[in-house]
Design a protein around this ligand. Structure first.
Ligand code: ZN
Length: 408
C-alpha cells in the first residue's frame, strides 16, 4: 500500500490535477477510488470534505483512511490516468472559515487565555467550544476586534513541516500528539498550530470574522461565527430583515427596537382596555336580559346557547347577571369542547355546583364549582338545549321545595 500524496498539504490553491488510479473497490453507494495523489481534502479535523469530480464523475465523499484517501464515487473511472477538479467555491469557503477559526481561537487565547477545545465547520455556520462558561459580551467583542485586526493587517499564513520532536519544542497553541512529520500552519506573529486543513495564504483573504450566537454549556461556551462570504451574505440578510421591519413601522432602522417595545406596551394596554369594555358591555346586556326575563318562583331564570366564539362573553354575562337581584343564568356554549356556565345571585336557593354535577351526570362531560357559580362542559353539542332545560327544571325544583325532581 502506498501513501496517497496529499497535494493540498503544500498547495491549498491547487484546483485541478492529474493522478494515476491505483485501485477501485466496491462500496455501499458506489466505489471507493484510490489515487496516487490527490488535491481533494478528506473529512477530518472539523473540516468537511471537498466536492468536485474525478474523470467527470462527481465525488460523494472523501475519507481519510490514515495513509490513504478514499474517494467515494457513484461509478469507477475507466482510465488509468484521470483528472481531478475541485469544487472551488466550496473549498475556498472552507479555507476562509478554517483560517478564520485559527485566528479567532488565537484571539480568545490572547484576550483571556480561553482555550479552544473543539471546532466544527458546518454547512451554514461554524463553531468553536471554549473551555470556560464565564465569557460575556465584552470578551466576545474584544476577541472579535482582535481577530479582525489581524485580518486587516493581511498577515502571511505559512505552511511548513517539522519532525514531531522539533514541533513539540515550539510554542504551539495546542500540543499535538502526532508522530513523524507534523504540518504546521502559522499566522505570522499571531498563531502557530499543528493542522492538516486547507488555508488561505494571507489573513486578508479570510474577510470579515463575525461572531454570531453564543451558547453556554457546563464549563464551556460554544461560539458560532461566520467568515468571508458567509459573513457578507448574513450581513445582507440581516440588513434586509431590519429594513423590512423599519418599512413596516415607516421609521428609521435604528428606531425599530424602541418602536417594538412601545407597540408591545400599547398592545398590552389595548387588550386590558378591551377586557374592561367587554365587562361593561356584559353589565348592560345583563340588565336588558334581566328586565325582559319572566319572574318564576320569585326568580328570573335566563337560559341561552351561545356560538363557540362568544365563550368569554357568555362567562362574563353569567357573572354580570349574578350581580343583579334574584337571577339565575344557565348558559351553554357550542364548540369543541362545549361549555356550561351556571350562575346565581349570591344567596339564591339553588346550589349551582350540584345542578351542574347532576346535569353532567345525565348528559356527559365534566366540571364543577361552588354554590353560586359552576362551570364545565364536554357534553354533545346537539344536546346543549336539552341539558339546559334539564338544569332549569332542577333550579325550579329548588324554588318549590317538596316536589319531585324533573324525572330521569
Ligand atoms: Zn486547523
Amino acid at each position: 500500500m502506498t501513501k496517497t500524496d496529499r497535494l493540498y498539504y503544500t498547495d491549498c490553491y491547487l484546483r485541478e490535477f492529474q493522478a494515476r488510479v491505483l485501485r477501485s473497490e466496491v462500496a455501499p453507494n458506489g466505489f471507493k477510488v484510490y489515487l496516487d495523489r490527490t488535491a481533494f481534502y478528506p473529512s477530518s479535523g472539523g473540516q468537511p470534505a471537498d466536492f468536485g469530480a474525478i474523470a467527470g464523475i462527481p465525488i460523494l465523499e472523501a475519507v481519510d483512511e490514515g495513509d490513504e484517501i478514499a474517494h467515494l464515487l457513484r461509478q469507477a473511472p475507466e482510465a488509468d490516468v484521470v483528472s481531478g477538479k475541485i469544487d472551488w467555491a466550496r473549498r475556498f469557503d472552507h479555507m476562509q472559515q478554517h483560517t478564520g477559526q485559527h485566528i479567532l481561537s488565537a484571539a480568545f487565547e490572547r484576550i483571556g487565555n480561553y482555550k479552544t477545545v473543539s471546532f466544527h465547520l458546518g454547512e451554514d455556520s461554524s463553531s468553536i467550544d471554549l473551555d470556560s462558561d464565564r465569557l460575556g459580551v465584552k470578551q466576545l467583542e474584544e476577541a472579535e476586534d482582535a481577530a479582525n485586526q489581524v485580518v486587516f493587517e493581511n498577515r502571511p499564513v505559512r505552511i511548513s513541516f517539522q519532525p514531531a520532536g522539533e514541533a513539540s519544542r515550539l510554542e504551539l497553541r495546542k500540543p499535538t500528539a502526532r508522530e513523524g512529520e507534523v504540518r504546521l500552519v502559522e499566522v505570522e506573529g499571531f498563531d502557530l498550530s499543528a493542522c492538516g486543513g486547507t488555508h488561505v495564504s494571507g489573513t486578508g483573504a479570510v474577510g470579515l470574522i463575525l461572531v454570531r450566537k453564543v451558547e453556554r454549556m457546563k464549563g464551556l461556551t460554544r461560539v458560532e461565527f461566520l467568515c468571508g462570504g458567509r459573513a457578507q451574505r448574513q450581513a445582507r440578510q440581516d440588513f434586509r430583515v431590519l429594513s423590512e421591519a423599519a418599512r413596516l413601522f415607516s421609521a428609521a432602522r435604528d428606531t425599530v427596537p424602541d418602536l417594538i417595545a412601545k407597540q408591545s406596551q400599547e398592545l398590552r394596554e389595548g387588550v386590558r382596555g378591551r377586557e374592561k369594555l367587554l365587562e361593561r358591555l356584559a353589565e348592560y346586556q345583563a340588565k336588558e336580559l334581566w328586565q325582559a326575563a319572566p319572574v318564576t318562583g320569585g326568580r328570573r331564570v335566563l337560559r341561552q346557547v351561545f356560538p363557540a366564539e362568544e365563550s368569554a362573553q357568555a362567562k362574563m354575562l353569567a357573572h354580570a347577571l349574578a350581580k343583579l337581584p334574584g337571577a339565575v343564568a344557565l348558559f351553554g356554549v357550542k364548540g369543541e369542547p362545549t361549555k356550561l356556565f351556571f350562575a346565581q345571585t349570591a344567596g339564591g336557593t339553588s346550589d349551582m355546583g350540584s345542578v351542574l354535577k347532576q346535569t353532567l351526570t345525565k348528559f356527559g362531560g365534566k366540571g364543577g364549582g361552588a354554590r353560586d357559580f359552576a362551570q364545565g362542559g364536554g357534553l354533545e353539542e346537539g344536546r346543549l338545549e336539552e341539558a339546559l332545560a334539564y338544569a332549569q327544571a332542577l333550579v325550579a325544583q329548588a324554588d318549590r321545595p317538596g316536589l319531585s325532581g324533573p324525572g330521569p
